[in-house]
Structures are given as C-alpha cells and as structure tokens.
Ligand binder design. Sequence first.
Ligand SMILES: Cc1cc2nc3c(=O)[nH]c(=O)nc-3n(C[C@H](O)[C@H](O)[C@H](O)COP(=O)(O)OP(=O)(O)OC[C@H]3O[C@@H](n4cnc5c(N)ncnc54)[C@H](O)[C@@H]3O)c2cc1C
Length: 504
Amino acid sequence: MENRSENHYDILIAGAGFAGSLTALILQKSGFKVGLLEKGQHPRFTIGESSTPVADMILRKLSSTYDLPWLYDFSRYGTWQQSHPEIVCGIKRGFSFFKHYPGEEFTTDENHKNELLVAASSSDIESDTNWLRADFDAFLVSKVKESGIDYFDLAEITTATRIGEWEFRVSRSDKNEVIYSSFFIDATGSGDLAGRLFEIESSSSGFFTNSFALFSHFDHVPLWKEMLKKFNIPINDFPYNPDHSALHQILDEGWLWMLRFNNDLTSLGFVIDDSEGAYDKLSTEEIWNDLLAKYPSIKTIFKDATLAKMPGKIIRSARLQRKLNHCFGEGWVALPHTVGFVDPLFSSGIAHTLSGVEKLVDSIKQFWGNDTLFYKSLQEYEHKVFEELKLADCLIAGCYKTMAHFELFNVWSMFYFAATIAHEQRRLKNKAPGYFLNADDPNIRKMVYNSYDDLLKIISSKAPSTEEIRDFTNLVKERIQPFNIAGLLDPASKNMYHHTVAVL
Ligand SMILES: Cc1cc2nc3c(=O)[nH]c(=O)nc-3n(C[C@H](O)[C@H](O)[C@H](O)COP(=O)(O)OP(=O)(O)OC[C@H]3O[C@@H](n4cnc5c(N)ncnc54)[C@H](O)[C@@H]3O)c2cc1C
C-alpha cells in the first residue's frame, strides 16, 4: 500500500456500528490506511443484540487471524465478564419460545406443548451473549481511536466522485471536508447511502417474510421464570434459566423478543406479521395497546416496566425486509446488514454481518491490487450474501406462517436449527466456512425450499388437521435427519433440547 497523506486513505468505511469499526481495525492490522466515518456519535442507542455460537466462532477466528487478542474475550459470557464487566451484556444460553393464545394467560402441560427451549451452550460461562450495543459499539470505537485510525463522527458524505480514486465531500457539524480513498466500504446498516451515492435501489420485493417491529429498552421487567412460578408451571427440566436466553413470546400474529442484560435493562420488541397490510392505518400506541389487551400474560410483563432513558420511547420500524439490487460496484462494497435484512427471529444478524466481514477482509487482503480477481471475489461475495438472505427469508417466513399453530411452528423451526448446526459443524471441522447457514449446500437448500412448498399446501386456506401436522412432522424429521446430531424432534425430549451445542 502506498504511503498516503492526510485525508487520503486506501479504504474509507462509512458507519461505525460494530461491523464498520471491526472491519476498520482488521484492515488496519492488515496494513491498510483506513478512515472511519460515522454520521452519529457514540454512545448511541441501536438495536440488534443477541449473538449466536456462529457469531462467537467468527469473533474468535477474527481475533486470532488478525492479531486482535482482546476481541476473543467477547466471544463468551465468562471471559467477557472477566475482562470487561463494565461493558454491559447478558447471558444467552439458547433460544426459548413460549406460545400465547388470545384472551388466555400463558399455560402449558407436562409435555411442554406450548414451550420450546433449545440450548446453544452448556454453561453460563461458555454461553453466547446479548450485547448492549451502545456499550459494545462505543468500546470498539475507542479501540479504533486507540489504534490510530482516523475517525470522523457527526459526519455525512454529501457527494462521491470517482476519477481513479474516490473524492468524498463530507459535511461535519463544524466544517466541511474532502476525503480521498481508493476503496469504499458501506457499513451504514441500511440501503440509504448506497441509494444516494451509487443509485442502487433497495427494495422489499421478492421476500416471503413481511414484518415490522415495535421496540425499546425497559427497566424493571419481571423475570419470566418468576412469572412461570406464579402460573404454577414447573421449570425443573428446562435446560437453562429462560431469562438467560433469547426469550421469544410467540403470538398468533408475531412475537415479542425479551433480551435481558445483567444491569436490569431488558430489550423488548414486538415483531408483527404484516402480510395482510392490516397495520398501516394504526398508530404505534394502538398496535401496542391492542397486543397487550389481547394477550393477558404479555400485559403482565409490561405492568411495572418503564421505558429506559435510552432511547426513552417506543420505536416503530418500517417493513424490516429489504435488499439492495447490487452490493458492490467499481471501488465499493457493502457489508451484509447494509445489503439487506430479513427479520430478527433467529438473531442471525450479528453472525451474518460477521460472516460478511470475514469474507470481505479476506478478499481485500488477497486480491488488493489485482482488479480482475478482486472484482471476481466481490461478485462471489454478492452471490453469497444474496443466497444467505434468501435462505434466511424462507426459514423465517415458514415460522410466521405457523405461529398460530405452535406444534407446526416447533416443527418448522427445526430447519433453522438443522441448518445452523450444519454450519457450526463445518466451522468446527476447520473446513472453509462457505455460505452462512450453509446456504451453498444444495441439500440444505432443497430441504428448506421444498418443505416451504409442502408447508403452504397444509397451511394456506385452513387450520391444518391433526393428521396433516403428524405427516408434516414425520416429513421434517426425515428431511433433517442427515444434519440432526442433536436429537431434534425426538419426542422424548419434550421440546427441551439440552444438547444442541455443536460437538464433533
Ligand atoms: C428490529 C431488529 C432486531 C434485531 N435483533 C437482532 C438480534 O437480536 N441479533 C442479531 O444478531 N441481529 C439482530 N438484528 C440485526 C442487527 O441489528 C444487525 O445485524 C447489526 O446491527 C449489523 O451491524 P452493523 O454495524 O452492520 O450496522 P448498524 O448496527 O446498523 O450500524 C450502522 C452504523 O452506521 C451509521 N450510519 C448510518 N447511516 C450513515 C451514513 N450515511 N454515514 C455514516 N454513518 C452512518 C449508524 O449511525 C450506525 O452507527 C436486528 C435488527 C433489527 C432491525
């Protein structure tokens, strides 16, 4: 890389979320002169908090490959607490689902017919985490500054011109600047900037999933474990404390996420299916209050909860599904969360983003200076990210289709767990990671896409019959069998999976 003067960079990155900051740190370690630009200022509220085993595997790999030893500690709850207890996070032992029915308090039976708990880790120390993004992202920015990377906050790119290299005009609160770079990475987490600078369209077309979210952070949210106790529901055979997980309350029309941090703060958000377009005319308050009125146990969750200071309000998203038409062009590329998003149901965003960072920094390192090979690797990157979004969309759309029929939801969700276990195994065996969720595996693709068609046949017009549910369950069992090292759908487990931890 050439020796570059002030305001001239090999690579300029826009967006200092965890992905932009981490990419900047890695590329600097790889010898590039990097600038990082952020339109806001840290610490700031942002959503997207629950990590997964794959996310943690990638953090560990990035840590060792790019000599960032401090990053390793954030890949498990235990090491995080030892090294950085001041950076707030929560324990996430797995995914928990509890099904609620309109007008009824939460109830279940000894076979856990309205529950599904899937452990991802075997102890609190080894567990994944819920990241308080305000803290974690601000910490990464402090690392960026510490390592001498030029950091511009409260900065907006107004124009981008490319004649051999990029010339960015940047407006900041106190002055305007001109920044030059050979290459540009869009890590802004939405398609807006790529639309404005490169005229790339971002749209929702082609997605099966159609959902939006209402969310915030709250104080004084009661423990779900305590609520279950009040309902006389035993939890002695749960694989873990449900408050130490990505806790999902499943409704007919969507779900409520509950992600608890270790400082009494909880991230709560409804994600609602809007495939019928029924919510356009309703205010946020109306939708929120209707949901609480419809589901009594959900109402109890919010009884004493108060909005946390940050953000201090309930935020309503637009339709969550979006995808750029292209995720790279001459001299630029976008990270996965900028390229597109499906839905947070399986907390796949952080892992997907990290898998994109992993792929891109590898391409940049390998092919920098060889335009032909670099272009080819970016084409491959685009194919990967698009296929990954497509698979995630189908997996998640099937869940929305089945939320009113929990038995089927339970069965359908096993495709996600099978795909993710397959991907974990690939990584644990030190094979090339390929596509996220093994979206490059024809067997996984065939299994999910064919099964989605089969699901639609029984779900589209009427409530599925007992026989249809039984036959579909058997079909799923058979189809996940090649990937099922965790006893998924074994009736003896009674919806309590203690051992999906990826083992070889
Ligand atoms: C409702 C919801 C819930 C989610 N829950 C989860 C979850 O539980 N688990 C999970 O794994 N994933 C979740 N995700 C996905 C997760 O949020 C993303 O994967 C993650 O935020 C990606 O990080 P990022 O750094 O790429 O982008 P972001 O976190 O979006 O950061 C982008 C940064 O760019 C800055 N920026 C924006 N525009 C500009 C601009 N023009 N110029 C400069 N800077 C700019 C922003 O201020 C921000 O700091 C969720 C997403 C949503 C929408």
